[in-house]
Design a protein around this ligand. Structure first.
Ligand code: PAF
Length: 290
């Protein structure tokens, strides 16, 4: 009977205790994989933990709903917090340790240092959410410096976020390899997001317009359409004519600089953002030449 018993996954809140546990692993020559999250874990997060499990010897997941990356009128208070369910998912996906810092640990009194990645943070999401990426880059710097993993895993769904974090690690010589794992989608194409939980059934149906707009772009460009402005116009038309959808942007950009492009090139990505009802959703897709 005792074989059936699985001890709960180890959790830690304080940074010195986290570092001591990671140091113990390092002294045994274990490689450290790290998956930063804000909890409300779905299959996309699980796929990141599984990738870390495959690539690294010891897998740490952080769960911290970071207040500084939410704007004043955004969903910080209602962001789903389901720690027990998250811990069970971390454990079954193969994590070894879950780090659950408190706000006071991450932002002690008199906290006054912020990390800003210029240019990349000002466009797309940054144009609509001007304080968002500074919150992300500041907390990710603290998360990475606290764990100092060999590899950190991010989802491709937040394309701009992973591009900014790569830039930041290069610029600040943060010695962590950034791995970007594919977006996980429901069978009908909707990209998984913790915010999908806010959608009513009617909004859930309308939200499919985002992945449809990206599919349209993929197909047009693969078929040889050379005028990307035409493709963007068709993506916008699709989103603008879907009930309950309020378009923020639908564009095609250089995959590294995130600058908008008008003609196809080897490394490009289509990105969309829209409010579906009150919920802001984003999605993206790499485009391939014919
Ligand atoms: O992608 C997220 O969930 C968050 O932006 C991150 C990277 C955990 C930082 O809070």
């Amino acid at each position: 009977m005792s074989d059936q018993f699985t001890a709960p996954i180890t959790t830690v809140a304080e940074i010195p205790a986290l570092r001591a546990m990671i140091q113990t692993q390092r002294s045994q020559h274990a490689s450290i994989g790290f998956v930063p999250t804000m909890g409300a874990l779905h299959s996309g997060h699980v796929s990141l933990i599984e990738a870390a499990r495959r690539d690294c010897d010891f897998v740490v997941v952080s769960i911290f709903v970071n207040p500084t990356q939410f704007g004043p009128n955004e969903d910080f208070d209602k962001y789903p917090r389901v720690l027990e369910q998250d811990l069970a998912k971390c454990q079954s996906a193969g994590a070894d340790l879950v780090w659950t810092p408190t706000k006071e640990i991450m932002y002690p009194p008199h906290f006054s240092t912020h990390v800003t990645v210029e240019t990349l943070s000002q466009t797309l999401e940054g144009a609509t959410r001007p304080t968002h990426f500074e919150g992300v880059t500041t907390v990710v710097t603290k998360l990475l410096l606290s764990c100092l993993p060999d590899v950190a895993f991010f989802g491709a769904k937040d394309y701009q976020q992973q591009a900014i974090i790569r830039r930041m690690c290069l610029d600040l010589n943060i010695p962590v390899e950034i791995k970007t794992c594919p977006t996980i989608r429901d069978a009908d194409g909707l990209a998984l997001s913790s915010r999908n939980a806010y959608l009513s059934p009617a909004e859930r149906a309308s939200a499919l317009a985002l992945s449809r707009a990206l599919k349209l772009a993929e197909e047009k460009v693969r078929a040889g359409e050379a005028d990307l402005n035409q493709v963007k116009a068709e993506m916008r038309q699709l989103l603008n004519t879907t009930p309950l959808v309020k378009l923020d942007y639908a564009t095609i950009v250089d995959a590294d600089t995130l600058e908008e492009i008008s003609s196809p090139q080897s490394e490009m990505v289509a990105l969309v953002a829209a409010y579906v009802g009150a919920t802001r959703l984003i999605d993206n897709s790499r485009l391939s030449l014919p």
